[in-house]
Design a protein around this ligand. Sequence first.
Ligand code: FES
Length: 100
Amino acid sequence: MFKQLSDNKAEMLTIELDAESVTVPAGISVAAAMLYLDAAATRQTPVSGSPRAAFCMMGVCFECLMEIDGSPNRRACQVVVTAGMRVRRQLGARDNGQAS
Ligand code: FES
C-alpha cells in the first residue's frame, strides 16, 4: 500500500497515540503518521464496530476520523502532527459529553 520514502534527515517528534508515546516524522498528517506506524485503523464504525482507515488522504471520505487533542471527529488526514499531540482512535460513536 503506502510506503515512506527514505529520508534520514527527517526531524522526528513524539505524539501520544491511545496513551502510548510514539515517534513520527515532523510535517506529516496524523493519517500519514498512522500509516507510518503501521497502525492504519483510525476508528471503528458506530454500528458494526468494523475498523476504518484513511482512504482518500485529502479530506473527502471522512474514513480517518479521530479524536485529536480532545476534539472528536477530526479528519486525521487534514491535521499536521505537532509535538505532544494527543491522538486517540475513535471507537464507536463519538463522545459528545452528554449523559444518555
Ligand atoms: S482519508 Fe479521507 S477524509 Fe481523511
